[in-house]
Design a protein around this ligand. Structure first.
Ligand SMILES: [Zn+2]
Length: 492
């Protein structure tokens, strides 16, 4: 009989220090973690209690023992995270593993291959890497669940119920290894020849962001305008932080930041496509460019190139009266048109264009919008032609042969259930149906069917039915059926 005390502490004593000690181990069949509560009392005595353990079978995909040890360490870190939330007066925690390779992966700052790195990252997120230590396999209680152990063997194992003996002694007697050098197995998982990625933002003027956002962010990597603007907002936040312009940001991107990002993109595109027009306004000299005359262009106080239009006396808002001019062959413009098209609920070219012209004037706008709408998946699904049916192929030989019924190719299947009444007694039956072709009721040549009543769909009933059928019609050359269990079993 095993007696497990329900209280984690020794009654009548005052706990001075409470620690959580976790052990993990792995074998090629399973990996496991076990947790103990170590309590030191005011009279310097120490008690150990088994708190929780977890075991998992090893993945089917073949893995090395150190990799399995790492998986063990991972479930130990997860288990500890859960348990530590339940114990309020915890003073410390320690993690013990017997694999130097796994320990080396957890404690070293090298870059490991993806499989190891992902698990190491999670372990470091859940626990402090400095708390991971080495103990010998002989003293590791997690060895029992990882190897698999019968209850009868486990009953007498003090190591399992109370943890290793060194934990009952003072901390000076605990095993210590200070050097976690890379061994051969650890090095196998190390990423060699890491290409350093260096990004530098060099700026000499305060208008750096406005001029080069297009060069800083490749908008072709984004499929939607909102996503691009959010990323732009984060980039500008980063730049502002680097320049120490501001340090306080809300946790989420605000509406004004999104508007600011949109303005940056519009200005950046105008600078690359309408450089001549902008230069004309800045220098106030030289011949007037054609676009300026055609659209009455002017630079507003935010340095955005806008069309003058003829609606200045209307009650429209300023942005609608003087829309910003944009080129037709830019990816950002495509994103803008797509965004407008989605905002008008895929309503069509005219509505999309009207919605866009509330704020922007896109050169050859009708052409651009038509192109975007034409490539819109949602619109194509709704407005595309229906799928035309394929031409029916020639019928197979067996369906056009003029042999007598049930001599060449015969199909068989069950139908039902039906009720028949005989002498005022109703009975449930099934029909075993033989058709002269492959399939039911669709005979191309003779349309002949043969019905056999069976009390059930069992193998015996089917074998009797086939015997009656063959006695009456003769055996067919081939008998085709679906893969029902009755047919499969009767083959044997
Ligand atoms: Zn659409």
């Amino acid at each position: 009989m095993v007696v497990v005390p329900r209280c984690y502490f020794v009654l009548g004593k005052r706990p001075e220090r409470v620690e959580l000690h976790g052990f993990s181990d792995a074998s090629e069949h399973a990996y496991a973690a076990v947790l103990y509560l170590r309590t030191r009392y005011s009279d310097k005595s120490v008690s150990m209690r088994l708190v929780a353990s977890k075991t998992k079978v090893a993945p089917l995909k073949k893995q090395t023992i150190p990799q399995l040890e790492l998986l063990g360490a991972l479930i130990l870190a997860r288990l500890t995270k859960v348990v530590q939330g339940l114990i309020s007066n915890l003073n410390g925690q320690f993690f013990w593993v017997d694999s130097m390779t796994a320990l080396c992966w957890i404690r070293n700052d090298k870059v490991w291959k993806q499989y190891v790195q992902h698990r190491v990252d999670e372990i470091r997120q859940l626990s402090d890497r400095e708390l991971w230590r080495h103990c010998s396999g002989r003293l590791n209680p997690a060895d029992f669940p990882s190897r698999g152990s019968m209850a009868s063997e486990l009953i007498d194992q003090v190591l399992w119920w109370q943890g290793p003996h060194f934990l009952r002694e003072s901390t000076t007697n605990w095993p210590t290894i200070e050097v976690y050098d890379l061994n051969h197995e650890a090095q196998m998982e190390m990423v060699k020849n890491i290409t350093p990625i260096t990004l530098s933002l060099v700026s000499t003027s305060s208008t750096f962001v406005c001029q080069s956002i297009k060069e800083l962010i490749d908008c072709k990597k984004y499929g939607g305008l909102n996503r691009l603007l959010r990323v732009t907002s984060y980039v500008t936040r980063f730049i502002k932080k680097c320049r120490k312009q501001t340090n306080s940001f809300e946790p989420f991107i605000s509406h004004s930041e999104m508007n600011q990002s949109e303005l940056l993109w519009i200005k950046s595109i105008q600078r690359s496509f309408f450089a001549r027009e902008i230069q004309y306004f800045r220098s106030c000299s030289g011949p007037c460019p054609l676009l300026v005359k055609q659209y009455g262009l002017f630079l507003d106080n935010q340095e955005v190139l806008r069309c003058k239009g003829r609606l200045n006396n209307s009650s429209l808002c300023l942005l609608s009266k003087n829309p910003a001019i944009l080129p037709h062959d830019d990816y950002f413009v495509k994103l803008l048109v797509l965004w407008a098209h989605q905002n008008v609920k895929h309503s069509g070219v005219a509505d999309t264009l009207t919605y866009l012209r509330e704020r922007f004037w896109i050169l050859k706008g009708c052409q651009v919008v038509r192109r975007v709408v034409k490539s819109c998946t949602v619109c194509r699904k709704l407005e595309g032609p229906s799928y035309s049916s394929v031409t029916a192929p020639d019928l197979p030989n067996e369906r056009v042969s003029d042999q007598p019924p049930f001599t060449t190719h015969t199909g068989v299947d069950f139908a039902g259930s039906l009720y028949i009444s005989e002498k005022n007694v109703s009975e449930k039956v099934y029909i075993c149906l033989y058709s002269n072709i492959y399939g039911l009721f669709t005979c191309a040549s003779t349309r002949a069917n043969h019905l056999e009543l069976t009390p059930n769909m069992g193998v015996d009933s089917f074998l009797l039915a086939i015997r009656r059928f063959s006695s009456r019609r003769g055996l067919p050359a081939t008998l085709m059926c679906d893969n029902a269990k009755t047919f499969q079993s009767s083959e044997n």
